[in-house]
Design a protein around this ligand. Structure first.
Ligand code: SF4
Length: 389
């Protein structure tokens, strides 16, 4: 039992790697793994590599050697999150600008469970503002146990979904009742970057010497927009890339929004949506988030959309990552690696991911449509009163 503590203050680490190995050796189970974007920018540090060394290919190779049946990417579901959250943003924005007083802005991102837990406890009066889109981890689980299980011709209870996350709060997220179907969780087990490193060591794999390998399809294909989810500002930048093109029906003149990047605890920028100025706020760290929320509560916020991440730096600085002992330079190197992976991707906008397009045409229908609402959206609780909203 490990004693590491989540920087969000939410959790003490519980090691789930033994349960993962039990599932892998169970012949009745098909075991699927998904890996979050920030993991590939930090896992190498556990094996003596420099901070910021990208190890995506070696990580995939290691997961395959550990015995997972399908090695997929949470980034696929990050692209899906952008389709849903971006559509929700444009819908709410359009209604708000048309004078609908029942539609509130800003919309707040909802992919960080440390942050979700914080607002459910501390700001339950504003619980109708966050996006209802599930996090990428949970969207992945919902699609893996429906669309992909159908392709495998397997029952959902015979499919085990494991996530590798930079985050300890993700263990709590996948245990939430609303992410289960008849008691079966969409994501069965979540392990941290450090737990994966320990599993690789336990298996005596020489990580540095592993050949690069590629994710499996169809849930392994992703864009640069999905990769940048791993750092503060990345979720909202990814959303802007898609929302701009959907709204204006024009291609973006440039994809890199430097004005949304950086490490200041609270940042803001106005993005011109072809004549419509969109005010964006970003906060990382819950103290900074609180300031933005107090402004909204006081009616002083001018933002249309806000990204909030509980951990300093976003997921690159998550509580399940290799220890960086508060060294911001380590986080900056991990962030640089994330932006490098984005730049190296052939496709850098979520709505252009061909497997996401196929998922909508074959299975989901349209973003924020009936099936998407059923599988990809959630609800929150007033945890002061313990009631569902
Ligand atoms: Fe987890 Fe990322 Fe949120 Fe930290 S910022 S609590 S790592 S989801």
């Amino acid at each position: 039992q490990c004693v590491a503590v989540c920087p969000t203050g939410a959790l003490t680490e519980r090691d789930s790697s033994a349960k993962v190995m039990d599932a892998i050796v169970d012949p009745k189970k098909t075991v699927i793994v998904q890996t979050a974007p920030a993991v590939r920018a930090a896992l190498g540090e556990e094996f003596g590599m420099d901070a910021g060394t990208l190890v995506t290919g070696k990580m995939v190779s290691a997961l395959r050697k550990l015995g997972f049946d399908h090695v997929f990417d949470t980034d696929f579901a990050a692209d899906l999150t952008i389709m849903e959250e971006g559509t929700e943003l444009l819908d709410r924005l359009g209604k708000h600008l048309a004078g609908d007083k029942d539609v509130k802005l800003p919309i707040l991102t909802s992919c960080c469970p440390g942050w979700v837990n914080f607002f459910e406890h501390q700001f339950p009066d504003m619980i109708d503002i966050p996006s209802t889109a599930k996090s990428p981890q949970q969207m992945f689980g919902a699609i893996a146990k429906t669309y992909f299980a159908d392709q495998l011709k397997q029952k959902r209870e015979d499919v085990v979904v494991v996530s590798v996350m930079p985050c300890l709060a993700k263990k709590y997220e996948c245990a939430r009742d609303e992410f289960k179907v008849d008691g079966d969780p969409d994501v069965n087990l979540s392990i941290s970057t450090r737990e994966l490193a320990q599993m690789i060591r336990n298996a005596n794999l020489n990580f540095e010497a592993l050949e690069d390998d590629d994710f499996d399809q169809p849930l392994g294909e992703s864009t640069g927009a999905a990769v940048i989810f791993g750092t503060t500002g990345g979720v909202i930048e990814a959303a802007v890339r898609t929302a701009y093109e959907v709204h204006t029906k024009k291609p973006l003149p440039k994809l890199d929004f430097e004005e949304l990047r950086g490490f200041d605890g609270i940042r803001s920028a106005t993005i011109d949506f072809d004549g419509l100025p969109i005010n964006i706020g970003i906060a990382h760290g819950l103290g900074n988030a609180r300031q933005l929320l107090e402004d909204i509560r006081a009616g002083k916020s001018q933002f249309h959309a806000i990204e909030i991440m509980a951990c300093p730096g976003g997921c690159i600085g998550g509580g399940g990552q290799p220890y960086h002992h508060g060294d911001v330079e380590v986080l900056k190197k991990r962030q640089k690696a994330i932006y490098e992976e984005d730049k190296g991707k052939v496709i850098r906008k979520s709505h252009e991911n061909p497997f996401i397009q196929k998922l909508y045409s074959e299975f989901l229908g349209e973003p924020c449509g009936h099936k998407s609402h059923e599988l990809l959206h959630t609800h929150y609780y007033d945890k002061k009163k313990k009631v569902e909203i």
